[in-house]
Ligand binder design. Structure first.
Ligand code: NAD
Length: 326
């Protein structure tokens, strides 16, 4: 237990990117765990106010539709709210880096720099920064533990890696209470399913529900480690109590699934027996993401949802929430 860190229960928390997929589930969990105020800044780039429907109805949540890349937009929030801790979930989707590489990079860097500067000025105590498995690039060795070299293959991942280095160096230089959680691929309800920026599970569900054939990029042999979003959030709030400052920790499962097998599983679960369209391989796609979750297992009581069950619940959510072509 880190003794001088504010407890979540009774605290006031800022979640950047809190109208997004992981951020909105985190907001729900923080409220459940007794946070007395949760402030969200989200420019709704991929986020959706609907994701915060239940949270906003508690009256304990304030949503600022604003840009955390702008230091002044964060500053006025700190003038209006006495924040104890910040969870930094703001990002623009990985696929966006193929459209606007420079901004995908700078969003990931500028938001965390703004936060670190505010923290250095004493405006809040603890920063939990969200990294990504993408910073590792394709595995040099497996399973990838926290010491694995960072070999980003996209500007998205390069920005995330730079952000991690920024957090680590601010901790060393200014003794800030900041740490890094590094989720692997997440899936679950509320993950963006719209257009080019959507991930494999939501876009496939959307295509099937919209009567459009799902797509497979390349041979589909690239593999990923998929973790249910509720398990990630559960791990994050537990890690918050015990993570030493300056450290990072993978949040992953032991399961590897190839993208092709995943696609077939989704088709089977959604009783789709039509065509699958083969598309060219996506440049810079990481081949394998086999994570070590030894550290997280040692640090907390870590529980993981069975993939089949999580996938079923997720697809059920899409069935109830996607209204045909959007
Ligand atoms: N989803 C995954 O599989 C996954 C895996 C590893 C790491 N992560 C990390 O977890 C965090 C949350 O990811 P997510 O999957 O919930 O993504 P998401 O896209 O659903 O959420 C990110 C949120 O940030 C908001 N945003 C973007 N730019 C912003 C800006 N300039 N100012 C304010 N808000 C802004 C978006 O509107 C969105 O709501 C990110 O740091 C991401 O890198 C996610």
């Amino acid at each position: 237990m880190i003794t001088n860190r504010p407890k979540i229960s009774g605290s006031r928390v800022l979640v950047t990117g809190g109208a997004g997929f992981i951020g909105s589930h985190l907001v729900d969990r923080l409220l459940k765990d007794g946070a007395i105020e949760v402030v969200v800044i989200d420019n709704l780039f991929t986020g959706d106010e609907d994701n915060l429907k239940d949270a906003l109805s508690t009256g304990l949540v304030t949503l600022y539709r604003d840009d955390a890349e702008l230091a002044t937009s964060l500053e006025y929030i700190f003038v209006n709210h006495k924040i104890d801790s910040v969870f930094n979930c703001a990002t623009k989707a990985l696929n966006y880096s193929f459209l606007n590489p420079a901004n995908a990079f700078s969003t990931n860097v500028n938001v965390v720099l703004n936060l670190l500067e505010l923290q250095r000025r004493g405006l809040f105590k603890t920063l939990c920064h969200f990294s990504t498995s993408e910073v590792y690039g394709s595995a040099v060795y497996e399973p990838m533990d926290e010491a694995h070299p960072k070999n980003p293959t996209t500007t998205y991942a390069a920005g995330k890696a730079a952000a991690d280095h920024a957090v680590e160096s601010y901790v060393k230089m200014f003794d800030l209470d900041a740490f890094i959680v590094r989720p692997f691929n997440n899936y679950g309800p509320r993950q963006n399913y719209k257009g080019y920026l959507a991930g494999i599970i939501p876009i496939t569900a959307w295509r099937i529900l919209s009567n459009i054939a799902p797509e497979l990029h390349g041979a589909g042999t690239q593999s990923r480690d998929f973790i249910y979003v509720h398990d990630t959030v559960d791990a994050v709030v537990k890690l918050y109590d015990v993570m030493p400052k300056g450290e990072s920790v993978n949040i992953s499962t032991d399961n590897q699934i190839s993208i092709k097998d995943l696609l077939l599983k989704i088709c089977a679960e959604m009783q789709y027996s039509g065509d699958v369209v083969n598309k060219p391989e996506r440049k810079s796609d990481v081949l394998c993401h086999n994570a070590s979750n030894e550290k997280v297992n040692q640090m907390i009581d870590y529980s993981l949802t069975d993939f089949e069950q999580g996938l079923r619940e997720t697809l059920e959510w899409y069935k109830n929430n996607i209204k045909g072509l959007v």
